[in-house]
Structure formats: structure tokens, C-alpha cells
Design a protein around this ligand. Structure first.
Ligand code: SUG
Length: 453
């Protein structure tokens, strides 16, 4: 079965701001309180989509979520009109206000885990929206993500959208950021079956039982559990013999790699990873090699490039793409060019034998300051031609649609947003007006709660 990899980027929402909400996310913590630039952030994201679409990548997008998320305020005991709830929340809990205003749904690598029909028992593409239970501002994404995925991938003969996993300590799920699908892509038109690398931060039962498998980070939370990764693989109907479950190195999490995609990226037969990405690098590679065969290209980056460099530049949060001529292309953040060690590592990949790899750097600085690089901004969805036709076409990035979205951003978004601006009731109205118009542009129907009130 021939699959194309479609990349669905998260459109940056009108309330993009820096609130320092994610413990263990070094960039987000160090930029807390800074003035953000929502319009520039959204345009940077659209420019990346335009660039990839021009390269021949099948590029789509997912809309931002409703912010402020009034259902959360109501659930937490705020009452009255929306403006009254915002005013009251601003007075009693500024952190909560920032949480319900966060534009974090832009990082669609955390929206869901996706398994292509080629690998699932019933031949449909399976999606599990991530429950993102570790951080409140992210946990409120799960319900909206499920609604959006059902609007974009609505044909139930082709797509299965599961409910998020139940929220519990044992079931922390952060989506595709901790999952990599590899396959042997050397035979034209006949790619090998998928091999699924699921990376978890902690084995919850192991911790409870005090066993050796319960090794965990000391400083920062491990967001993904082994139990959640296994549940996703099981409910998607993957062949468990083709799944590798690997523990992330707790030291990497403590250095700020809160998701595996901060220290690892892969596609096709190529896996690029930091020398200290996994608790047991040798064991992981052995299992992958056994499943992928001699064609497997394990590109280890370490030595001069420290974990601090990886976290500081987001080198591994590059998008690794396969182009039509079956070469690989790395879309790396501009920050990785500014550090001599990571720049050299990219140059070395370009000259590595057996790997035809080119690279370029993109500027997504507004997102990077919150700990989201090029790869965080996209959800990969491998599709057949027929499945691609079944996607809601307004969410596909044609040049015309991108131009409409750029004009929409310029019409509705503020140029700057300071933390105190979240208390301004006008921001809520602006945000809802923008999103209401967006559902029309994308043709996804009334997916937002405020549209039903
Ligand atoms: O979950 N940042 C996000 C960044 C997610 C990046 N995604 C991947 N690595 N795939 C997070 O920590 C910061 C929001 C704030 O502090 O305002 C935030 O949520």
C-alpha cells in the first residue's frame, strides 16, 4: 500500500502568550511573562506550511482551540456572563486565567497518536487524541482535539477517532511526540510494513512496585507512561511484534527533553537521535535493526553536542521528510544553525554515506520560546490517495487557502500580547470572532463550544 505522509500543522491561535505553564520545559519557563507576538507567530507558522507545500509535501492544518476555554472556568465554579467569569478569574487566579487562555493546541505533535491503515487490524487510520493529563492547560485540549479530528477526518469507513485514554497517573499520554513510525523505504511502491517506536518517560507500575524498570527523572515530570503507549498500540490494532517500547533516558527529561521529539526524530529507515536519548540506546537499536533489517540507518548525534545543546537549539525537533526523489530533507529550527556544534552535526548528516540528506533552517521563534520547534508544530498522518480525498479539503494548504488564512490572521490578531492583556474582555471577543470566521473558511462546522451557546 503506497502512503503519502501528510503533515497537519497547528494554526497558532490569537491568544498565543508566554505564561511559563510547563514545568520541565526550559524555554517556556525562561520566557514566562514576556510579551508575545500572536500575529507574527501565526504568520511564521503559515510561512512554514507554505514552504513545505511548495516542496511537494502534502500539507494540511488543524484549527486553534477555543480560548478562553469557558467550559473549564464553569467547571471550576466561575459563574455569570463570560466577561464576568474572566474578570473574577483574573482577580483570584491569574495562573488559571493563563491556563484557559493558552494557545498550546498549536503543537499538534501532541494532539494525537496516529497509526496508518497499512499497520492497523481493520485497515482504517486510527487516531487517539492525547489526554495531556500532566499539565492543566494542555489537558483541556483533549475534548476539542477529538471534535476537530472528527470534523477533519469524518469518514468513518476510512478513519477511527478514539476517545482520549482515561486520565490517571498510569495513563499519561502526550501523543505523537513520543512515537516514531519507521519502515524500509528502499523498494519503490512497495514500502516495508511499519515499525513503531513508542518512547515513554516512566513505567508507572514499575515505580509503584519499586522495580528496576521504575527508574524515573528526579527533577521534572515524566509525561508519557509505558502503560499509555501500550494501550494506544493495542486499541489501534497494531501488531505488537512490530512495536518497540523504549524508555526515554531520565537524564534527558531532567535536562528539559519533556517529550522524546526533543532528542530524537525519524522516518522511513532513518532514526536520528541523541547519544543519551534512551535509557538503553544499544537495546533500542538492536530491536529496531532486527525489525527493519540492514537498511536501517541509525544516526547517533552526541560527542560535542550535549543534551543542553539539544534542548537549547531543538536540533532534534526538526522535521525529517522524504522527498519525491527518495532523498531525506531536514527542516531544522534556525536556532540549530546559530550554535556551531549543532550546525556541524547537521552538516555531518548531509555528508554521511548511505544517507542522501539535505537540510534547511526555518524561523519559528515565537513558538520556540514556548518550547515548540518545527516538529512540535505538526502531526504526521500517513494516508492513501483515497484517504487523502476523504479529508475535509478546507484543511488542506493550497496556495489560495494559505493566502485566505494570512489575510484572516492580519485582520484579527493582535501584534503583541502582555500577561495583563488576558484580563481584557475585548480579547475574548476578538478571539471568538476570529475562530467563528475560521470555521467557515475551513468548512469544519461549528466545532467550538461558544458557537453553541
Ligand atoms: O507542552 N509548551 C508546550 C510545548 C510542547 C512542545 N511539543 C513537543 N515537544 N512535541 C508544552 O510544554 C508552554 C505554554 C506556556 O508556558 O505559556 C507550553 O505549553
Amino acid at each position: 500500500m503506497t502512503l503519502v505522509e501528510a503533515n497537519f500543522d497547528g494554526l497558532v491561535g490569537p491568544t498565543h502568550n508566554y505564561a511559563g505553564l510547563s514545568l520541565g520545559n526550559v524555554a517556556a519557563s525562561s520566557n514566562a511573562g514576556r510579551v508575545s507576538k500572536p500575529m507574527a507567530a501565526a504568520l511564521e507558522g503559515l510561512a512554514k506550511m507554505r514552504r513545505l507545500a511548495a516542496m511537494g509535501v502534502v500539507q494540511g492544518l488543524l484549527p486553534p482551540h477555543q480560548r478562553p476555554h469557558l467550559p473549564t472556568l464553569r467547571a471550576l465554579g466561575f459563574a455569570g456572563t463570560p466577561a464576568q467569569m474572566i474578570a473574577k478569574c483574573a482577580k483570584v487566579d491569574a495562573v488559571l486565567l493563563a491556563q484557559v487562555y493558552s494557545a498550546s493546541s498549536m503543537w499538534t505533535a501532541n494532539a494525537a497518536t496516529v497509526s496508518p491503515g497499512a499497520d492497523t487490524a481493520d485497515g482504517r487510520v486510527h487516531f487517539t487524541p492525547a489526554n495531556l493529563r500532566t499539565m492543566l492547560h494542555r489537558s483541556i485540549e483533549a475534548g476539542q482535539t477529538a471534535r476537530v479530528l472528527r470534523a477533519v477526518f469524518h469518514d468513518e469507513r476510512q478513519f477511527a477517532i478514539h476517545e482520549p485514554l482515561p486520565c490517571s497517573d498510569a495513563m499519561g499520554d502526550e501523543g505523537a511526540a513520543n512515537h516514531t513510525r519507521l519502515f524500509d523505504d528502499r523498494r519503490v511502491g512497495k514500502p516495508g510494513a511499519g515499525v513503531h517506536l513508542f518512547v515513554y518517560g516512566v513505567h508507572h507500575a514499575g515505580v509503584n512496585q519499586g522495580s528496576a524498570t521504575g527508574k524515573r527523572p528526579r527533577k521534572y515530570p515524566a509525561r508519557q507512561t509505558l502503560e499509555a503507549s501500550q494501550a494506544v498500540a493495542r486499541r489501534h490494532g497494531l501488531d505488537m511484534k512490530r512495536c518497540v517500547f523504549a524508555q526515554q533516558n531520565p537524564e534527558a527529561i531532567d535536562a528539559g527533553a519533556f517529550h522524546n521529539d526533543v532528542v530524537c526524530v525519524g522516518t522511513g529507515r532513518v532514526l536520528v537521535y541523541h547519544a543519551r536519548a534512551f535509557a538503553d540506546n544499544v537495546g533500542v537499536l538492536k530491536q529496531l535493526r532486527a525489525l527493519l533489517g540492514a537498511g536501517f540507518e541509525a544516526v547517533e548525534v552526541g560527542g560535542a553536542v550535549t543534551l543542553k545543546d539539544a534542548v537549547g537549539t531543538y536540533l532534534f525537533n526538526s522535521q525529517l521528510l522524504t522527498l519525491h526523489n527518495r532523498t531525506y530533507h531536514l527542516v531544522a529550527p534556525a536556532e540549530a544553525r546559530e550554535n556551531a556544534r549543532t550546525r556541524k552535526a547537521v552538516e555531518a548528516m548531509g555528508t554521511r554515506r548511505g544517507l542522501r540528506l539535505s537540510a534547511e533552517f526555518v524561523d519559528v521563534r515565537e513558538s520556540m520560546r514556548n518550547g515548540g520547534g518545527p516538529a512540535c508544530l505538526r502531526l504526521r498522518v500517513p494516508l492513501t490517495d483515497e484517504q487523502l480525498q476523504a479529508v475535509t479539503q478546507g484543511c488542506m494548504c493550497t496556495s489560495g487557502q494559505l493566502a485566505r488564512l494570512e489575510a484572516w490572521v492580519k485582520k484579527h490578531y493582535r501584534e503583541t500580547l502582555a500577561p495583563k492583556d488576558l484580563a481584557d474582555p475585548a480579547l475574548m471577543r476578538e478571539s471568538f470572532d476570529a475562530l467563528d470566521e475560521l470555521t467557515g473558511i475551513l468548512g469544519i462546522g461549528a466545532v467550538y463550544p461558544f458557537q453553541h451557546e
